[in-house]
Design a binder for this molecule. Structure first.
Ligand code: DX5
Ligand code: ZN
Length: 216
């Protein structure tokens, strides 16, 4: 089994030192920086917006993987692209026009993707297999870091790994939420190609070693 990409979520990092945090993430050997944007409406928590993406951009060469947990993402996606995002993903059920949002991201030359909650209807994503560069499967209900992985999501992973293969397109399959050093191998064997690791990175005694173990 080949190594997968690891994307530490800065949600679990030190908000007073975000520049330093993303520089550390790169130094520890991660592949992407996962940035959790929450608006307090789509999810019951508020984090940060475009100014944070713009502020951290100069501190790392790693791609910024921006996960929007906001209502009507189509209104904001272009501003996240301009702020320096390399991937912009959003929840289609939060959007009035998911295709419009995906096309706006692509027109900026940025990679786009859709996110599926543990209990969500797959068809919202299946309709856009021709457009997406990444599919994100939530391993927990979005809103907070440090939650436990919901076991039934493994069926979603197997389903989308197969769908992506059938599409013949080069689509990343990311798992977000509940990833640990202990369970990462299971996800790699199910066909995940990107593992988000918030608390598993930042709460580890040796974050570089944790990233290495999670990536496989
Ligand atoms: C949850 C966020 C996740 C979260 C992951 O709403 O989308 O990215 O930060 O945190 P861990 O890895 O601690 O489960
Ligand atoms: Zn996330």
């Amino acid at each position: 089994m080949s190594r997968v990409l690891v994307a530490p979520s800065i949600l679990s990092g030190d908000f007073a030192k975000m520049g330093e945090t993303v520089a550390n993430v790169e130094r520890w050997g991660a592949d992407l920086v996962h940035c959790d944007v929450m608006d307090g409406v789509f999810v019951p928590n508020i984090t940060f917006g475009m100014p944070m993406i713009k502020a951290i951009r100069p501190y790392t060469k790693l791609p910024l993987d921006v996960h929007l947990m906001i209502t009507e993402p189509e209104k904001y996606v272009e501003r996240f692209c301009d702020a320096g995002a390399d991937y912009v993903t959003f929840h289609p059920e939060a959007s009035k026009d998911a295709r419009d949002a995906l096309l706006k991201i692509k027109a900026k030359g940025v990679k786009c993707g859709l996110v599926v909650n543990p209990d969500k209807d797959f068809s919202l994503v299946e309709d856009y297999m021709d457009l997406v560069d990444m599919i994100v499967l939530m391993g927990v209900f979005p809103g907070f870091g440090g939650q436990s992985y919901i076991e039934s999501v493994s069926d979603n992973i197997a389903f989308f790994a197969k769908k992506i293969k059938e599409s013949g397109r080069n689509i990343l399959l990311e798992l977000d939420g509940g990833v640990t050093q202990q369970n990462a191998e299971k996800f790699r064997s199910l066909g995940i190609t990107v593992l988000v690791a918030g608390s598993a990175t930042f709460k580890a005694e040796d974050p570089a070693q944790a990233i290495k173990v999670i990536g496989g």
